[in-house]
Design a protein around this ligand. Structure first.
Ligand code: NAI
Ligand code: MG
Length: 492
C-alpha cells in the first residue's frame, strides 16, 4: 500500500504518467498497483490506484465540462476529434510499442492493423456525427416530426485488456462525437495506452474534463464509477459475471448500459466447404493467443470431412510460431497475466482430468516459459463439458463433428453465448439458410474479422446487451429525441 514512486515512468522510451487524468489535470492517489509486461514478467511501473474519491472527482469534472462540450455541436466537436485522430496517426509507433509491452499482443499487428484502426474509430464517428447522423422529417396530420440525437451527459466506459485502446476508442469515438463527456477506466493489467492517449486529447485541444482516465481495479474505482448517480451511460466490454455486477449497480439509478461480453463462438464447416479456406479460418482462431471475444473456439466439422480437416488443421497449426510479440515472425504471444494464464491452464487441466482427447498442445510452452501457452486442440469433447460451454479466452479450440445441417445449427446454438459465428460452405443458398438459423450478433460466411464501423456490433443471448457501430452507437450514447412541430399557433 503506497503511492506510486514516480509520477512518470519510461516505457520503450516514452514517458507515461502514472496518475489519473481528471479535469485536464494529473491527479495522484494514495495507493498504487503494479503493472508488468506479459512478455517477460518485467516490472513496467506502479500506477495510481483509484478509489471512490477519484471516481467522484472524475464524475464532477466530466459533469462540469458537459454543457460546453454539448453546445459545441457535431461540427465543433468533430474538428477537435479529427485533430485527435491525426495525433493518434502521428503516434502509431509509440502506441504500438506501449500496447505490446503492456498486453503482449503482436507488435506488427498493433503497428499495421490496430493503431490505424484506433485513429479510424475516432475519425469515423466524428465524421458520422457531422455528415450521416440524420433522419428525414416526416409528417403526422400536418405536424412535423424532427428526430435528433442529443448529448446525454457523462458516459463511463469500462474496458478490458485484450485490445485496450482499440476497444476503448470504439466507445470513446462515438461517445465524444455524440456530445457526451467521458470517463475511461481501462483494465488494471493494461493501463499505459490510456494514459498516453489522455496526453493526446490534451494536445488535440479537447477541453479539460471532456475526457478523463481513472486507473485502478474494477472492484474499487470501477464499481464506484458505475454506481455513481450522476452518470448518464455505462458501456462495458468484459466478462459475464462482471456485467451482472455492473447491471445491479446500474439498476439503482436506471443508468442505460451497453454490454459487449464474451463468447464461445462456433466455426461451422459444412461438407461442401473449401477445405483449405476452412482450415485457414479455423487456425486464425488462435490469434492474439486466443484472447479475443469473437474467437470461433468451437470448430464444428461435418463428419465426412472431419479426418482430413483435422489432419490439415494440425499440420498448419503446428507451424504457428510462438514467441516474443515484438518479433516480426511471431504469430502468437503470451497470455496477459499469471492469473489469466492459470485460469486457462486450469480449463485445460480439468479437461485432461475428465479424459478429454487433447491432440495438440495442452500445456505451457516449456521452451519459452513464462506466460506462453501452446496452441491447443481438444478433439471430440463431450458436448456438455466445461471446455465446450465456457469461455476459456486462451489458445484452446475444440473440434466436434456433426451429421446434418440441423445438427450443426443446434450445436452452434447450444451455449449461453451468441456473439459471433463463422460459417464455411461452398453453396450460397445453403449458407444463407444455415446462417439465418444461427443466433449471433455477427456471422462471417467464408471469412473472419471483416469489420465495418457502419455495421452493428454486439452479442445475442449472454454475449451482450445492445449494439454499437454506425447509428447504433449514437442511439446508445445520445438521447434520441423527437420534436413534433404543429402547423398551428405561429405568429409570424
Ligand atoms: P472483467 O470483466 O472482470 O474485466 C473487464 C473490465 O471490467 C476491467 O476494466 C475491470 O477492471 C472492470 N471491472 C471488474 N469488476 C468491475 C466492477 N465490479 N465494476 C466495474 N468494473 C469492473 O474480466 P477479467 O477478470 O479481466 O477476465 C475474466 C474473463 O472475462 C476472461 O477470462 C474472459 O473469459 C472474459 N473477458 C472477455 C472480454 C471480452 O472481450 N468480451 C475481455 C476480457 C475478459
Ligand atoms: Mg500490463
Amino acid at each position: 500500500m503506497r503511492k506510486p514512486a514516480l509520477n512518470t515512468i519510461e516505457v520503450v522510451g516514452t514517458k507515461i504518467d502514472t496518475r489519473h487524468y481528471i479535469g485536464g489535470q494529473r491527479v495522484e492517489s494514495a495507493e498504487a498497483f503494479t503493472n508488468t509486461s506479459p512478455i517477460d514478467g518485467s516490472f513496467l511501473g506502479d500506477i495510481c490506484r483509484g478509489t471512490q474519491l477519484e471516481a467522484d472527482l472524475a464524475v464532477a469534472a466530466a459533469k462540469k465540462a458537459f454543457p460546453a462540450w454539448a453546445a459545441l455541436g457535431p461540427k465543433g466537436r468533430g474538428e477537435l476529434l479529427l485533430r485527435l485522430a491525426e495525433l493518434v496517426e502521428e503516434n502509431i509507433e509509440t502506441l504500438a510499442q506501449l500496447e505490446t509491452m503492456d498486453n503482449g499482443s503482436l507488435l506488427r499487428s498493433h503497428r499495421r492493423g490496430v493503431m490505424p484502426r484506433v485513429a479510424m474509430n475516432i475519425r469515423f464517428f466524428a465524421e458520422w456525427a457531422m455528415n450521416e447522423l440524420q433522419h428525414p422529417d416526416f409528417e403526422t396530420r400536418g405536424h412535423t416530426n424532427k428526430i435528433s440525437w442529443d448529448p446525454s451527459g457523462v458516459a463511463v466506459l469500462i474496458t478490458p485488456w485484450n485490445a485496450p485502446l482499440m476497444l476503448a476508442t470504439w466507445k470513446i469515438g462515438p461517445a465524444l462525437a455524440a456530445g457526451d463527456t467521458v470517463i475511461l477506466k481501462p483494465a488494471e493489467w493494461t493501463p499505459l495506452s490510456a494514459s498516453f492517449f489522455a496526453d493526446l486529447t490534451k494536445q488535440a485541444g479537447i477541453p479539460d474534463g471532456v475526457f478523463n482516465v481513472v486507473q485502478g481495479f474494477g472492484k474499487e474505482v470501477g464499481a464506484a464509477l458505475v454506481a455513481h448517480p450522476d452518470i448518464a451511460r455505462i458501456s462495458f466490454t468484459g466478462s459475464v459475471p462482471t456485467a451482472k455486477v455492473i447491471a445491479r449497480s446500474a439498476a439503482d439509478n436506471l443508468t442505460p448500459v451497453s454490454f459487449e461480453l464474451g463468447g464461445k463462438s462456433p466455426c461451422v464447416v459444412l461438407e461442401d466447404a473449401d477445405l483449405d479456406l476452412a482450415v485457414e479460418l479455423a487456425v486464425e482462431q488462435y490469434d492474439n493467443a486466443g484472447q479475443v471475444c469473437l474467437s470461433g473456439t468451437r470448430i464444428l466439422v461435418h463428419e465426412s470431412i472431419a479426418d482430413s480437416f483435422a489432419e490439415k488443421f494440425k499440420e498448419k497449426a503446428l507451424q504457428i510460431i510462438q514467441g516474443d510479440p515484438r518479433d516480426e515472425a511471431t504469430q502468437i504471444g503470451p497470455q496477459i497475466h499469471q492469473v489469466h494464464f492459470d485460469r486457462v491452464k486450469g480449463f485445460v487441466d480439468r479437461a485432461k482430468e475428465s479424459g478429454a482427447n487433447i491432440v495438440m498442445g495442452g500445456e505451457p510452452n516449456s521452451d519459452l516459459g513464462g506466460l506462453y501457452f501452446r496452441p491447443t486442440l481438444v478433439m471430440n469433447p463431450d458436448a456438455d463439458s466445461e471446455i465446450v460451454t465456457s469461455e476459456v479466452f486462451g489458445p484452446v479450440l475444440c473440434l466436434q463433428t456433426f451429421k446434418t445441417d440441423e445438427e450443426a445449427i443446434a450445436m452452434a446454438n447450444s451455449t449461453e453465448f451468441g456473439l459471433a459465428a463463422i460459417l464455411v460452405s461452398g453453396n450460397r443458398e445453403r449458407a444463407d439458410r444455415v446462417a439465418k438459423e444461427i443466433v449471433a450478433g455477427t456471422i462471417w460466411v467464408n471469412c473472419f474479422f471483416v469489420r465495418d464501423l457502419r455495421a452493428p456490433f454486439g452479442g445475442s443471448k449472454k454475449s451482450g446487451i445492445g449494439r454499437e457501430g454506425g447509428n447504433w452507437s449514437f442511439d446508445f450514447y445520445a438521447d434520441v429525441k423527437n420534436t413534433v412541430v404543429s402547423p398551428n399557433g405561429w405568429k409570424e
